[in-house]
Design a protein around this ligand. Sequence first.
Ligand code: AMO
Length: 430
Amino acid sequence: MRIPIQSVTPSSGQAEVVGWVHEVRDLGGLAFFLIRDRTGIIQVTIPKKKASEAVLSAAKRVSRESVVRVAGIIKAIDKAPGGRELVPDVFEIISLADSPLPLDVVEKVPADLDTRLDSRFLDARRPRVAAVFQIRSAAMHAINQYLHNEGFINITTPKIVAAATEGGTELFPIAYFDKEAFLNQSPQLYKQMMMAAGFEKVYEIGPIFRAEEHNTTKHLNEATSIDIEVSYADHLEVMRVLEEMIVKTYEYVSMNCSDQLTNLEIPDFSIPKTPFPRLCYGDAIEIAKKKIEDPIRYGDDISPAAERAIGAEMGGHYFIVDWPSEIRPYYAMPFETDPSICKAFDLMHPRMELSSGAQRVHQHDLLVEQIKKKGLNPESFEFYLRPFRYGIPPHAGWGLGAERLVMTMLGLSNVREAVLFPRDMHRLVP
Ligand code: AMO
């Protein structure tokens, strides 16, 4: 019976393993194979004089990265990985790999990111790469668990939509029978509508599509957004949920992914501490003014250079609050005392923005006014505006990019490292 390679011990006696041929070494009288499955590596040693014809012939024919089934006797040996080796009486080639390989799984030959992504199925056989996706899976599990425990209802909203969420730009148009349609940029309008439906606390983890012509290390054209919306909550309340969820996610990864963190050479995985500092937008601009060469003033978007300068000053996760209403979306609630600023926030990691959110405008007429102020046509938002006429609680929420969360958590240099099959301006295949 096949057992995970990791659990084969020197005392296992007879064992059968199935996996990939990781490395081959022929020393004349002895042939060594390293066989790898997703749990580990085992050495297979073939003493040529004693081995059967069938074993010798398969061992001669097999190529690196072929899938093989090997069965035989386990012996303790100091020098081999895991302190044991398998001396086979069965060596069966299940799937022979072509040579040469498009990518060196053993990483002796370095490959650039494009080459790796072109052969992602081979790239992901590398334990270091697999570790990223095992950690991503654990992080998503922790997030689902946290939100579920907090009483959130998991919803799924359409990704084929008729109107823009965040304004008219950055949409992918698609052919939808005889109508114009788009891929959704954000579940924003739908999660807000579920507040009118009385669900009170909802979350969705799903794809968002942005037709941004950015070619950077932190932008994707298809990303995964973790979105929440909460009734009877203001921006401060959902910021608390966000920082607590981030810390719980780091804690879960720290507790459950030590092998993967070792594979990624992250010995000191540090868990952020709450509360994250709150920095007013105006103060953030003042920090940037002192530190960057390009002119920046109150009312500007925070440029990538400014983001880096402010991040260096803050040192860890932090929120930017009290944004000018002019540069935030129409759905952000203005402060009653000073409507020139609004109850919107960004959650920042020193390297980049991770999340945006706000308390929303829940008053129908104010919402229409704000949509118009942004130069948008309220008629295109009729399906969204209707619920605001039939009783809707005040509410707040945020959207958090899953890839950026994983990227910053693991110190990855490119957001594409945190996506199996990234979609960017140049990449549609595989
Ligand atoms: P926003 O547009 O700021 O807000 O997106 C929220 C978060 O999603 C991630 N993200 C991206 N990640 C990679 N590539 C992209 N092109 C990309 N675009 C967005 C980021 C970002 O911080 N509706 C609001 C959320 C809300 O208010 O609830 C929204 O979509 O991590």
